[in-house]
Write a protein of this length. Sequence first.
Length: 275
Amino acid sequence: MASATFKYLRQNKLPHIWCPGCGDGIIVGALLRAIDKLGFSKDETVVITGIGCSARSNAIIDFNTFQTTHGRALGFATGLKLARPELKVIVITGDGDGAGIGGNHLIHTARRNIDITTILVNNSIYGMTGGQYSPLTPPGSFATTAPYGMVEPAFDVCKLVAGAGASFVARGTVYHVRQLEELIGQALAHKGFSFVEVVAQCPTGYGRRNKMRSPAEMMKWQRDHAVTVEAAKKLPPEKLKGKFLTGVLHREDRPEYTEMYRQVIARASQEGGEE
């Protein structure tokens, strides 16, 4: 990680507790570099997490941070953003925490288009809580709760969030770290609900059960299966089979929730004053 980002780390909380080869550290590094480029101060930035491996990021990031209950980070973030709309609120969550137990909060936060940036780490597994399958575990994969292979289809969480109303949706990978840093920067600069899915590796909880024992092998899989949105436009459908798209998948401008809410308060105050 570049030395410029050291100022955003709690040095007394290092070293981190992630497993060797985990993708979470790379994601945190990309986030900190994006924040540094945008010039956000520590005091104006809040990072909220739920429960899981990704949630441990708030122990080492030196912003305003707090860890919430499992799957509820976006609910807490919504309350904070409504109370303090001037703050830059960021949620870091996992595929189980964010799309599983927290799935209902995810779709309704997207529907409201509240100005929160959510980074969802998709490592295809409930990592910290026991290696269970998540809504993003690929069919045929093995997990502690799928010892004979996953039979359920996986969400395309980016399509889910875009369909729910998010105004910025992107996908990156841990392997393509420079692209990831740029996508997170765009998400942070966007006004409205912004969502970045990050395809990451979990060699401990997922890889060793699915014949990908080394982190390098898992990152090579990301390299070989990711296709940028721009490149995909030039490829025939058969070339895209088994691949996933990276880049900005959806972007639109529409009213942001806290601004509309303040307008409601102003109208209510005016009508109350007239009475």
